[in-house]
Ligand binder design. Structure first.
Ligand code: PMM
Length: 270
């Protein structure tokens, strides 16, 4: 069960979260303007997205921070434009001010790559019924890929996510509102990402797991493909993630992922 604002998802099938980025560097996964992003979101909904994840601040390795007002100016019009499209609306943000404004504007979910560790973030979301994704990140986007080190990556990520779940529960958030995410590519080498991918079943014992590997560099390192050539790799990884127990897939290519899930559902073992 996943409580996500207006929607209560039963999680009896994997959900697809479509990525709607509204940043100046978003050519193929959203738009450089709110209007383009709304159109993109509508097309992802038509392709079968259960949730749309609207992001106004790039968290790609090396990305610079964005001011609160700038992020609000990007995200709020898109939230409003997609409000009645039928999908649950998630906002991908680390900022408590943006979380509050997004919830006031009707967001169903907050997806935070800092797992609500920013001062005031837990308080901003506690007193609502929005869904929450607590993601693991080591370091900050600007420098996280410099030289990430772990003694035991699976144990450390599990422990960290468990602690963030406890913190959310302590703040009054009900368990059915929580998702966790190991944060593929967020302060992790390829080896770390592979170990975490194989540990999805263990992570799923803590809370439903959201997996975001779509087009990521870990797929590029394995296949040798540039970002535009990673569709097959993204689909293969998505299906394997579901096979390991992932509840939600965060993807760019919604229609292709939905088709692949249909085939897995009918021809697979589940
Ligand atoms: N990845 C990105 C941004 N937000 N949120 C969650 N929960 N999980 C992720 O893996 C994740 C995220 C970066 O990917 P993008 O630049 O393709 O949006």
């Amino acid at each position: 069960m996943f409580r996500c604002g207006r929607t209560l998802f039963t999680l009896d099938r994997p959900l697809v979260m479509g990525i709607v980025n509204v940043t100046p560097d978003s050519f193929s996964d959203g738009g450089r303007s709110p209007r383009q992003a709304i159109e993109h979101g509508l097309s992802l909904r038509a392709a079968g997205a259960d949730i749309l994840d609207i992001g106004g601040e790039s968290t790609r390795p090396g990305a610079a921070a964005v001011a609160v007002q700038e992020e609000l100016d990007r995200v709020l019009p898109v939230l409003e434009g997609l409000r009645d499209c039928g999908a649950a609306l998630s906002v991908d943000t680390m900022k408590p001010e943006v979380m509050r404004a997004a919830l006031a504007a009707g967001a169903d979910m907050i997806n935070d790559v800092r797992a609500l560790q920013t001062l005031g973030a837990l308080e901003a979301v506690a007193n609502s019924d929005c869904g929450l994704c607590l993601m693991h990140m080591r370091g900050e986007p600007r420098e996280m890929q410099r030289d990430p080190q772990y003694l035991d990556v699976v144990a450390e990520v599990k422990q960290s996510l468990q602690a963030r779940v406890e913190a959310a529960l302590q703040a009054g958030v009900s368990r059915e509102r929580l998702l966790i995410d190991p944060g593929f590519g967020f302060g992790k080498t390829l080896e770390h990402n592979i170990a975490l991918f194989k540990a999805i079943p263990e992570l799923a014992e803590i809370a439903p797991v959201l997996v975001g590997v779509s087009r990521k560099s870990m797929l590029g390192l394995i296949t040798g493909r540039l970002i535009d050539g990673r569709l097959a790799a993204s689909i293969a990884a998505a299906l394997l993630a579901v096979g390991r127990g992932a509840a939600i897939l965060r993807v760019h290519d919604v229609g292709d992922t939905v088709d692949a899930l249909k085939i897995m559902n009918v021809l697979g073992d589940q």
